[in-house]
Design a protein around this ligand. Structure first.
Ligand SMILES: [Zn+2]
Length: 176
């Protein structure tokens, strides 16, 4: 059935109805996540199936997104696939966290209420690599080569005084 997406959600009710929740979120709306992004572009796709795990409301599914990150090896932007598999059971108090079935992570939802916006953002923050990088060093090298070619192309026509040749070393490097 169609799910109500007005935060906060009643996880007990969603679990009792075995609701499947599918929703898209623009990444730009997540203020904490934006610090990790090179650009606020992209969309997170949420696919959750609510059910019961023992005595606790639970959900299973994933948060997926394509997001622009900064490669820490070459410092260029690149588009990364983020995926956070989710299997959580909701407890009313932190003290109950140890009682959920072993396969589940416990999440505290006071009064059975879950602010889905914050939950999804937390999952995305977990999915962002601590040190984002292009998939392979070759991807970085390709980007670097393109940048060097651009610099040389721009600087070549400029007259260079014999005593000031800042790019002489660079050209020698390129000849090797
Ligand atoms: Zn890179």
């Amino acid at each position: 059935m169609a799910s109500q997406l007005q935060d906060p959600l009643d996880v007990g009710q969603l679990a009792a109805q075995r609701t499947r929740l599918e929703h898209d979120y623009p990444l730009g709306r997540f203020s904490r996540l934006r610090d990790s992004l090179a650009r606020p572009d992209g969309v997170a796709v949420v696919d959750f199936r609510f059910h019961s795990a023992g005595a606790y409301p639970a959900l299973e599914g994933a948060v997926r997104a394509r997001a622009w990150l900064i490669c820490q090896r070459c410092l260029k932007e690149f588009e990364a696939s983020l995926e956070s598999p989710v299997r959580v059971a909701f407890v009313a108090r932190d003290a109950e966290a140890g009682r959920v079935p072993e396969a589940y992570d416990a999440v505290t939802a006071p009064g059975g209420q879950l602010v889905l916006d914050e939950f999804v953002e937390d999952e995305l923050l977990l999915a962002v690599p601590l040190v984002p990088m292009h998939a392979t060093p070759a991807d970085c090298a390709m980007r670097k080569a393109m940048v060097v070619e651009e610099v040389v192309a721009v600087e070549k026509p400029a007259p260079v005084a014999p005593t000031q040749r800042p790019f002489a070393d660079l050209r020698n490097l390129l000849k090797r």
